[in-house]
Design a protein around this ligand. Structure first.
Ligand code: AMP
Length: 371
């Protein structure tokens, strides 16, 4: 099976690592000659909208997928026209590229979101703030990620700066959600319609970037578990989806609120490589290749921390029992995701302590690791 992937970052690289044992071959289309997925497959160095390169990829591949949601819709259409089925499909890509379309899509399925208004002018911003109230979050509709392209409005005085920073592009104003915690639900759907849902994950963000995930999330009520499942299934079925989807949720006193969805494998599912019976990467590949899905059961409580900006000492990480280091082969740069560490243990509290130690290393590395 030949898999053509648009994008050659760490998600593509981990897809390759999961697919090689299945006998799959990979080719990654990415504008960067250094794209880190090149370690696990061929590289096609071209812009994401280079139609000749897309056709070359489609002619080589049995199936095409993408590892980030800002691939132009037109590119997915070119791949399909050149004979490679694109999974997940073009509609999933289109909906998840635009925060306004995405929220309207959720509403159409009866899934709660923060209140929102489209904002295309300074006057519309003032009107939207009047309707939604403060605090609120102003976001670009397209191309935002890891907290980029957004501004929190706490008082009317913040409007001018936020407009200065973001105005001129299509925007959406969202009510600020006073959440208890952030969760995500990751699920896979196969070509025959079978669905597997991973247990709900608890996520902590700092400055809009995912810092840590824990799986399964602790103290998930039955209502929350059922609600997350229902949301994942509704999204997958409405889009006739094939592959893995991730939906970011806020848990509030009034239930779950959907924030956004990613039509791809997701950072909050990286723990599944060691912590689940079948990783999100393998299940994405099984799905798009038309193979049976694997169990999404958590085999051991797991947690993950992202490595941002600076590489840790490999030996320090590996001295921690149950820790698994994943480096993406990317250059160090402030704030950049360059790897992650997963910790697994039979005891969720031990996992928590070890994640804390990774996030806040002791001044003296000789301090004993939590038992
Ligand atoms: P996003 O790019 O939408 O995933 O936002 C990045 C992070 O900003 C989220 O994970 C939240 O921590 C925070 N955030 C985004 N939207 C809201 C909101 N409407 N209310 C409160 N916090 C938010």
């Amino acid at each position: 099976m030949r898999i053509g992937v648009v994008g050659g970052g760490q998600l593509g690289r981990m897809l390759g690592l999961a697919g090689i044992p299945l006998g799959f071959e990979f080719r990654f289309l990415d504008p960067s000659p250094d794209a880190c997925a090149g370690a696990v497959g061929g590289r096609l160095v071209a812009a994401y909208d280079d139609e000749d390169a897309l056709r070359e990829l489609a002619e080589w591949a049995d199936v095409a997928t993408y590892e980030f949601e800002n691939v132009p819709v037109r590119s997915a259409e070119v791949l399909e026209a050149a004979g490679a089925p694109v999974r997940p499909g073009v509609e999933a890509l289109r909906v998840s590229q635009d925060r306004l379309d995405e929220k309207e899509f959720f509403h159409g399925l009866g899934i709660a979101t923060a209140p929102f208004r489209a904002v295309d002018s300074r006057e519309e911003l003032a009107a939207a703030v009047d309707e939604i109230g403060l605090p609120a979050v102003l976001k670009t509709r397209r191309m935002g990620y890891d907290g980029k392209g957004q501004a929190v409005l706490r008082s009317p005085a913040d409007l001018a700066d936020a407009w200065e920073a973001l105005g001129g592009r299509p925007l959406v104003l969202e009510g600020f959600v006073d959440f208890r915690r952030e969760l995500s639900v990751i699920a896979a759907r196969g070509t025959g319609g079978a669905i597997q849902v991973y247990p709900v994950v608890e996520n902590t963000h700092e400055d809009g970037i995912l810092r840590r995930s824990r799986a399964p999330a602790l103290k998930v009520s039955d209502i929350c578990r059922v609600g997350a499942n229902r949301i994942a299934r509704a999204v997958l079925e409405r889009l006739d989806y094939v592959g893995v989807v991730a939906i970011e949720l806020f848990e509030t006193g009034d239930g779950l609120i959907a924030n956004e969805m990613a039509p791809r494998v997701h950072n909050s599912g990286h723990w599944s490589i060691e912590g689940a019976e079948t990783s999100q990467f393998e299940n994405h590949l099984r799905a798009i290749a038309g193979l049976p899905l694997g169990s999404t059961r958590v085999s051991r409580p797991a947690g993950m921390v992202n490595i941002l900006g600076t590489l840790p000492e490999t030996a320090d990480v590996l001295s921690l029992p149950g820790a698994h280091l994943h480096l993406y082969g990317k250059e160090e740069r402030p704030g950049r995701k360059i790897g992650h560490v997963t910790v697994v243990d039979g005891d969720a509290e031990v996992v928590r302590q070890r994640l804390d130690r990774l996030l806040h290393p002791p001044a003296d590395p000789a301090d004993p690791a939590p038992a």
